[in-house]
Design a protein around this ligand. Structure first.
Ligand SMILES: C[S@@+](CC[C@H](N)C(=O)[O-])C[C@H]1O[C@@H](n2cnc3c(N)ncnc32)[C@H](O)[C@@H]1O
Length: 277
């Protein structure tokens, strides 16, 4: 999020300059989670809006923020952290109204033409469900020994994952477009790879290479940590698209114009020390 900050700021400036804002900016963070990053978006947004308003000698609008995630998310932890957040950022106390909106972003959590600004970071790689087609007609597993696309996966498995990404992302865009006002801003940070045929070989998302594929191999099974039958019944509802795949869906779905895209390199273990200490 820190790496994407400059793009976020420029995008909010464009949104404000488009003049489509009323006295209250309604925004949503889809897949907000409940950790140290959760309120960072609110902070970055209000600070940028404040800066623009000061430059334009305009009164700062109110921000109504809807924190969205699946119902199992710890929304209470977000609300418990609000007093210290407001203390650090008095501007937010006066100008931000923060609420929770639980529900899948592959559904319709918001009314029609409601939101000016929709943000989602590091969440759209999660599929709405395990892709279809990972079992044969007789029920046997097509991706034997793996829980995601791996070197030993048949090509059909990769296609199944891609199809499920395309279906979910298309739905996501069409729902967002219904929920957003004309001229609104959709700002997405998506985990993506530059590798179009084997996500595990040269993809930038290194943690697949060193982490999860091992979970899917017999290594984990041989340590006795998990029964083979459990391992063999598990498929990750996860897909890391290429930028081209993202572009294609945006173009085909047709509700949004892709104004800008930028690739931000992030190491798989970025920040790991910070979270341990
Ligand atoms: C890696 S966290 C991202 C947290 C935060 N946005 C960030 O950038 O640090 C991904 C979040 O997406 C949420 N998520 C996954 N699928 C979702 C869905 N269908 N609807 C809403 N939230 C979802 C998960 O519950 C999780 O909290």
């Amino acid at each position: 999020m820190l790496k994407a900050k400059h793009i976020l700021e420029e995008s909010i400036i464009e949104l404000c300059n488009s003049g489509s804002l009323t006295g209250c900016i309604r925004m949503a963070d889809l897949g907000c989670s409940s950790g140290p990053n959760t309120l960072l978006l609110v902070k970055q947004t209000i600070e940028t809006v404040d800066l623009i308003c000061k430059k334009l000698n305009r009164e700062i609008p109110t921000l109504q923020v809807f924190m969205n995630d699946l119902p199992g998310n710890d929304f209470n932890a977000i609300f418990r952290s609000l007093p210290s957040f407001y203390e650090q950022l008095p501007l937010c106390k006066d100008k931000c109204y923060i609420a929770a909106m639980p529900g899948s972003f592959y559904g319709r959590p918001f009314p029609d033409r409601f939101l000016h600004f929709v943000h989602s970071s590091y969440s759209l790689h999660w599929r709405s469900q395990v892709p279809e087609g990972l079992r044969s007609e007789s029920g046997s597993r097509m991706n034997k020994g793996n829980i995601y696309i791996a070197k030993t996966s048949p090509p059909s498995v990769r296609q199944n994952y891609l199809d499920s990404f395309r279906k979910d992302f298309t739905l996501f865009l069409s729902f967002c477009s219904a929920e957003m006002v004309t001229g609104g801003l959709l700002f997405l940070t998506i985990v993506a790879t530059g590798d179009s045929d084997g996500h595990l070989n040269q993809g930038r998302i290194q943690h697949f290479k060193v982490g999860w594929p091992r979970l899917g191999s017999s290594n984990l099974n041989s340590t006795g940590l998990i029964e083979e039958s459990k391992l063999e019944s598990f498929d990750l509802p996860y897909y890391v698209p290429t930028m081209e795949e993202v572009r294609q869906v945006v173009g085909e779905e047709g509700s949004f114009e892709l104004h800008r895209h930028e690739t931000l390199g992030v190491a798989w273990d970025s920040g790991i020390n910070a979270s341990i200490n």
